[in-house]
Design a binder for this molecule. Structure first.
Ligand code: ZN
Length: 297
């Protein structure tokens, strides 16, 4: 029995529980001639009895149905709990923005969006124009800075670079932090050269570039051919060991909103990086968290 049928039946029974005893009493009352019209105690008793029986049936119907629902649809109960927890979280958390379809909490803290505690920058989630990374290896003073990288990310980068060197590979940071204003200039330059539609496929709009986060950098050469170099191949399969991900993997542009960028690394920590590595078939942050990467206009 569906919830709708149960609701309908419950309402019908409630109506009957009122109407039938009333009808019974009226029948008893009008049955006699005008002068003798009077209801006895027994009549009231029968009316109450009819009411009680129908009400009891109504109660039983709804009870049986609820138990049935509990047996069959346990996930439903879980869903309810999730919704309750989410509502509770939302009430207690002033940064709460929403929950992704995969159940991760979205927050906005000091001008940046976080999903499940991870900072997310893409076409849907921008950084505020005045957002600047803190706790960087070199404090941010310039518009562009290759070592203005988050301290943890930079530590891991050094380990990664040294390990690469030890097997004869040479990797370096070609482009690290970029300010909002710098990205703005860059984007506008590309738009005037190739048009907005084309520029959007390879350059981020200001606020939407991960380079503003201090958690991302480009390696060696911003060119597709990097993937085929020894360095490119090694990075593809080893970056996760240091907590980095290939942020824009091959054939995932419909998810990330960007074409394949084998040179662009993003620090997320080893835990998430090893999940996203997926034996070389990188899972995007968008798919993992269940979020979009799309400009509003
Ligand atoms: Zn990049």
């Amino acid at each position: 029995m569906s919830i709708e049928v149960q609701y309908f039946l419950s309402n019908i029974l409630f109506g009957l529980a009122i109407v039938i005893p009333l009808y019974y009493l009226l029948c008893r009352y009008f049955k006699k001639s005008k002068k003798k019209r009077k209801l006895k105690f027994g009549h009231y008793l029968v009316a109450v009895l009819i009411f009680s029986i129908i009400f009891f049936i109504r109660w039983k119907v709804s009870e049986i149905n609820i138990n049935k629902d509990n047996d069959i649809k346990e996930p439903n109960q879980e869903e309810k709990t999730t919704t309750q927890t989410t509502t509770k979280k939302a009430q207690n958390n002033p940064n709460y923005i929403g929950t992704t379809p995969k159940g991760y909490t979205i927050e906005k803290i000091n001008g940046a969006y976080y999903v499940d505690g991870y900072l997310v920058v893409n076409k849907t989630y921008p950084l505020d124009s005045n957002w600047v990374p803190k706790n960087t290896y070199k404090p941010v003073t310039d518009e562009i800075c290759s070592t203005c990288i988050d301290n943890d990310a930079y530590d891991e980068w050094i380990k990664m670079k040294n390990d690469a060197t030890s097997i004869g590979l040479n990797i370096w940071i070609q482009s690290g932090y970029r300010s909002y204003e710098y990205q703005q200039g860059l984007y506008e330059k590309y738009v005037s050269r190739d048009g907005k539609q084309q520029a959007d496929t390879y350059s981020a709009r200001p606020g939407h570039s991960e380079h503003q986060s201090g958690l991302s950098f480009d390696l060696n050469s911003v060119n597709d051919s990097f993937a085929a170099t020894d360095e490119g191949k090694w990075v593809q399969d080893n970056a996760y060991l240091y907590g980095f991900i290939i942020r824009y993997p091959k054939d995932k542009s419909n998810e990330t909103g960007y074409k394949y960028e084998p040179w662009h690394l993003r620090y997320v920590g080893k835990d998430l990086a090893s999940k996203l590595y997926n034996n070389g078939d990188w899972i995007t942050m968008e798919t993992y968290f269940g979020i979009d990467s799309r400009y509003k206009d």
